[in-house]
Each structure stands twice: as structure tokens, then as C-alpha cells.
Design a protein around this ligand. Structure first.
Ligand SMILES: C[S@@+](CC[C@H](N)C(=O)[O-])C[C@H]1O[C@@H](n2cnc3c(N)ncnc32)[C@H](O)[C@@H]1O
Length: 213
């Protein structure tokens, strides 16, 4: 009851706030061509994809708020193909996508490294992975609180973890970080507002890492 009816509405309300929309727009600006989004949720990224996107394929095991999602999909200026499967086993051929996207999802996927290995597999050799995630703080005191509160968070937010090192997950999956921004989301309690925004690629040995706080 909570996971099907209450939490999706709460999640949709929180994650469509103005600050989150600014974050989504900024992340998705470089996306183009055929794009994969893992953890599609309620489709909150849809209005923020640029016109350079020609088709969007999405995966999410949960069919959240289907009527609301259908309305958002109908407004998209490109075809949207939705599959209710887990990102740990993507139903696509190798080297299919120009871009892959994850927003506020690597915190929740049960095996995020397996999912990211799948992302790497289905990205074209010159493809890119864009991510916008909350995760583990570099501040030891905050990280301790994240560890303490994680079991509660998992219950209240349907499997969400506060304490994952998102950059480590990306590199463990053999994706190469091209950019990574670390910052705190204003107006969000620090345990949930430590952000990782970045871009990674699968096979580009010339990628240069830039880090900004
Ligand atoms: C906090 S929501 C974020 C939704 C959306 N990405 C957004 O930015 O609004 C996390 C999403 O991850 C999805 N999820 C959970 N396990 C998953 C998995 N194994 N593969 C793909 N998505 C998953 C959930 O169903 C949920 O829609």
C-alpha cells in the first residue's frame, strides 16, 4: 500500500521541486541521439531533455503512477519506449545508445555496479553516461549519521540508501569519469543533499577528469 500508492506520490512531489528541475535541466543539456534512462520513476526528466534527443528508452521495475506518466510521455517531442525491468539486466544489444542517464536512482538499485556494467555494455563506444545522484558525504561526521540512519531511510524511501559513494560505483563498473561535481543541495538536509553530478564514458582512454566542489 505504502510502496504502491503513498511513496510514489511523495517522491514525485519532492523530486519535481524547482531546485530539482534546475538540476535536471543542467545535467541533461548535452544529451543527444538515442538515450537510455535507468530508473525512469514518474518521468520527471522528460521536459528537460533537449531537442537533440531523437528517442528515449527507459527501464524501471516499478510501474509508478501510470496515468501521470502517460500524460508526461504524451507531451514528449520524441518517442518514449518504457520497459518494466531492472537495470541489472538491460534488454538491449551492445552499443545501442548515444547517452545513458540516471537521476536519483543509483541510491536505490539493489546492485548498482551490475546496473552500471550493463550501462557500459549498451553504450556506443563514443557514448556517455550522465548521472545526478545523492550519496555519501566526504565529511566524516555526516557520513556517520548517514550510516546510522540508512536502515530507516531504506524503510521509509523504499530501498533508497544515503551512504553510497557514487563515484566509486561508476569506476567499479569500469566506466571512466569525465567530469564529477560534488556539492550540497540547498534546502535539503545534509544527509540527503550531498550531490554527485557527472559524466562518464565506457571506452574513451583520453577522458580527462575535472573535479569541482
Ligand atoms: C528516487 S526514484 C527516482 C526516479 C527518477 N529517476 C527521478 O529522477 O525522478 C528511484 C527509482 O529507481 C527505481 N529502481 C529501483 N530499483 C531499480 C532497478 N533495479 N533498476 C532500475 N530502476 C530501479 C525505482 O523504481 C524508482 O523509480
Amino acid at each position: 500500500m505504502y510502496a504502491t500508492y503513498i511513496f510514489p506520490r511523495l517522491m514525485d512531489w519532492v523530486l519535481r521541486g524547482e531546485r530539482f528541475q534546475i538540476e535536471r535541466q543542467r545535467l541533461l543539456a548535452p544529451a543527444q541521439g538515442v538515450v537510455l534512462e535507468i530508473g525512469f520513476g514518474t518521468g520527471l526528466n522528460l521536459p528537460h531533455y533537449p531537442r537533440t534527443v531523437t528517442a528515449l528508452h527507459t527501464v524501471d521495475p516499478a510501474p509508478l503512477l501510470p496515468q501521470r506518466v502517460a500524460r508526461r510521455v504524451a507531451r514528449a517531442p520524441f518517442p518514449v519506449h518504457i520497459q518494466h525491468v531492472s537495470a541489472e539486466g538491460l534488454p538491449y544489444a551492445d552499443a545501442t545508445f548515444d547517452y545513458a542517464v540516471s537521476t536519483f536512482t543509483l541510491c536505490t538499485i539493489p546492485d548498482p555496479v551490475a546496473a552500471l556494467r550493463e550501462v557500459r555494455r549498451v553504450l556506443k563506444p563514443d557514448g556517455h553516461f550522465l548521472f545526478l545522484e545523492h550519496g555519501r558525504s566526504d565529511d566524516p561526521a555526516t557520513a556517520r549519521w548517514q550510516d546510522r540512519l540508512n536502515p530507516l531511510q531504506q524503510c521509509l524511501a523504499c530501498g533508497c540508501n544515503l551512504n553510497r559513494r557514487i563515484d566509486h560505483l561508476v569506476t567499479q563498473a569500469a566506466l571512466r569519469l569525465e567530469t564529477i561535481d560534488r556539492y550540497r543541495l540547498p534546502g535539503v538536509p545534509r544527509i540527503g543533499g550531498e550531490m554527485y553530478r557527472g559524466m562518464a564514458c565506457g571506452n574513451n582512454p583520453r577522458a580527462i577528469i575535472t573535479i569541482s566542489e
